[in-house]
Design a protein around this ligand. Structure first.
Ligand SMILES: Cc1ncc(C[n+]2csc(CCOP(=O)(O)OP(=O)(O)O)c2C)c(N)n1
Length: 630
């Protein structure tokens, strides 16, 4: 079938099972083909082809609401809702988003990127429906990984209590990004192998109804038998006890099974949970056989061999440098343990886990728990290293404030993917952490200029025993600098002058340092002398150095790949104001008050004027203003 002709999912209503199967094959071919060029979440999407088609056949989107948890598995939904033509631009600048987007289609009723929000959103939509008196179906579609998130469990609890009408589709492929973890995962395992529960229960009720009624006693006994039979039929009745009608396990690659169960769910009152078993990567061997998570969301690849297309040689990834340094130190320092909220592979902690299996904890998609667990470890004299993406640390904000900082505990935060991350877009940019970390008392916040300084910062953080300390590092690879053999401590709060100058000072850190140096070169060609400072400690900062600049009345330009509001530049302005430097010329370059969409990091930097050219222009502007003032 020509997928580009699809306008909306209504055509599915007339298709036979055979035709649906042919359509699935066409969708898989298309997905493999296009993502081999664009990259993207191929594994999760190959796993939900039949499920998505069946949902669109049985229900009527957009009147019925499909709420994709995480949203990375919404490609098939995008194809069926008329967006096939845009796939060549997947995750590219101004192109098709890798996640549901309300401005892309009326079928995208809920935007995501972060996990475990679908059930709460569904509850809100269901309550609105009931208050308004309409009758649409509400369908959150959540993976077994996302179900480990605390927020999902909070909503599951509430929905079961309220007995709200909704159909929860649990897409169970036994994988989060890597194999899923946790006790709940084990319960699902038992359900998977227990056979069809609801059908068996219905048959049992039918038999019991045939027993002649001979008075109340027998009826009560029959009820009791029914209840205990429940426990015989399935080893765990977790969802039933929570208040849901459990349907499953359903073969998520079999249309008959899927459609039959979805139709049954449709006529069932109250919350229903349809337990659908799928295979991540279904239909493409390299992705199907992946047990680590490399096919969860890879870049471009060669279809025949399944080899990823990567530059021949690249400096080591930032995550690898940081996690491997923690591993090295852990050999000597037995206090060191590592925690990851479901990102072992992304945070490059596999090596640590191999060497210290009893000291690595994958806690599932549970950022809040991860932060407070780290705090608990620290109370007992351990040195927890919590590797967490900047964007996902947002989930653990109260835990950072209330549990870690307030008690001033020695937790070492590795804030991975700090700064713009590019293709994953708005939901994943790591641009808020400075604003929500630097204002919390006791927190130390730093970012290295290169991976050599990065390894010394890891050492500094492990040695630091005066409270929480956070090390930000970006997505992608280091600069390829020479690494020192011996690790050393960097004095907390110290900045480093990278280049002397007398006309203006640029204060910056991390990824924007090369930009500042290049701008300084250009300005020098125009006869201006620029001092460039590696402001590697964002908090506490080098007050001595800063005060020196302010005392000399040196104009200051701050640059940060992070939100301007509440950011590093704000800290400098606050300092100047609080210390009476009211006349100082201070200007800031950073991310304006807006969400930054997907695209390559360079395109995004251009869009927001975080470039060498902008730095040169702004520096000259400050100098002009200063001359005018003089
Ligand atoms: C709050 C949060 N933490 C971590 C992630 C990173 N992440 C994206 S998808 C994913 C695994 C989701 O597993 P599952 O829900 O089972 O979906 P599957 O990919 O297996 O279909 C993780 C951990 C995220 N998106 N949001």
């Amino acid at each position: 079938m020509d997928l580009t002709k699809i306008q909306d999912p209504s055509f599915l209503k007339d298709l036979s099972i055979n035709e649906l199967e042919q359509l699935s094959a066409d969708i898989r071919d298309f997905l493999i083909n296009v993502t081999s060029r664009t990259g993207g979440h191929i594994g999760p999407n190959l796993g939900v082809v039949e499920l998505t088609v069946a949902l669109h056949k049985v229900f009527n989107s957009p009147n019925d609401k499909f709420i994709w948890d995480v949203g990375h598995q919404s490609y098939v939904h995008k194809i069926l809702t008329g967006r096939t033509n845009q796939f060549e631009t997947l995750k590219k600048y101004k192109g098709l988003s890798g996640f549901p987007k309300r401005n892309e289609s009326e079928h995208d009723v809920w935007e995501t990127g972060h996990s475990s929000t679908s059930l709460s959103a569904a509850m809100g939509m269901a309550v609105a429906r009931d208050l308004k008196g309409t009758d649409e179906y509400i369908l959150p579609i959540i993976g077994d990984g996302a179900l480990t998130g605390g927020m999902a469990l909070e909503a599951l609890n509430h929905i079961g209590h309220e007995k709200t009408d909704m159909i929860v589709i649990l897409n169970d492929n036994e994988m989060s990004i890597a194999p899923n973890v946790g006790a709940l995962h084990n319960i699902l395992g038992k359900l998977r192998t227990a056979g069809k529960y609801q059908w068996a229960k219905d048959e049992l009720e039918y038999i019991l109804k045939k027993i002649p009624a001979v008075g109340g006693k027998l009826a009560a006994a029959a009820e009791r038998i029914k209840d205990s039979m429940k426990y015989l039929l399935v080893t765990g009745v977790f969802f039933e006890e929570l208040g849901y009608t459990y349907l499953g396990p359903v073969d998520g690659h079999n249309y008959e099974d899927l459609i039959e169960n979805l139709l049954y769910a449709k006529k069932t009152k109250g919350p229903v949970l349809v337990h659908v078993i799928t295979k991540k990567g279904k239909g493409y061997h390299p992705a199907e056989s992946d047990r680590i998570g490399t096919w969860h969301g890879p870049g471009p690849y060669k279809i025949e061999s399944g080899d990823f297309i990567k530059p021949a040689s690249a400096p080591p990834a930032w995550s690898k440098v940081i996690s491997e340094t923690v591993r090295k130190i852990a050999r000597e320092d037995k206090r060191v343990v590592a925690i990851t909220p479901a990102m072992t592979v992304g945070s490059k902690l596999e090596g640590f886990g191999e060497e210290f299996p009893e000291r690595l904890f994958d806690v599932g998609i549970a950022e809040q728990h991860a932060v407070t667990m780290a705090a608990g470890l620290a109370t007992q004299g351990m040195k927890p290293f919590l590797a967490i993406y900047s964007t996902f640390l947002q989930r653990g904000y109260d835990q950072v404030v209330h549990d870690v900082c307030r008690q001033n505990l020695n937790v070492f935060f590795g804030i991975d993917r700090a700064g713009l991350v590019g293709a994953d877009g708005e939901t994943h940019q790591g641009v808020f952490d400075i604003s929500f970390m630097r204002h919390v008392p006791n927190m130390v916040l730093m970012m290295p200029k290169d991976e050599n300084e990065g390894q010394h910062m890891v050492y500094t953080a492990v040695k630091y025993d005066h409270g929480p300390i956070a090390l930000r590092y970006p997505r992608g690879n280091g600069l390829g600098v020479t690494m020192d053999e011996d690790l050393k401590e960097i004095p907390i709060g110290s900045w480093e002058v990278l280049r002397e100058g007398t006309d203006i000072a640029i204060l910056t850190f991390g990824t924007t340092i090369p930009m500042a140096i290049e701008a300084a070169d250009r300005l020098q060609e125009e006869g201006l002398s620029v001092k460039v400072v590696n402001a590697r400690f964002i908090k506490p900062f080098d007050e001595g150095l800063l005060r020196g600049l302010l005392d000399q009345d040196m104009p200051i330009l701050t640059i940060e790949e992070a939100m301007l509001q509440g950011g590093f530049g704000s800290a400098i302005l606050e300092y100047a104001n609080d210390h009476g430097y009211y006349q100082s010329k201070i200007d800031r370059i950073g991310i304006p008050d807006q969400f930054i969409e997907h695209g390559s990091v360079n395109e995004l930097l251009e869009e927001i004027d975080l470039t060498v050219e902008a730095t040169v222009t702004r520096a000259k502007l400050i100098l002009n203003k200063k001359q005018q003032r003089a």
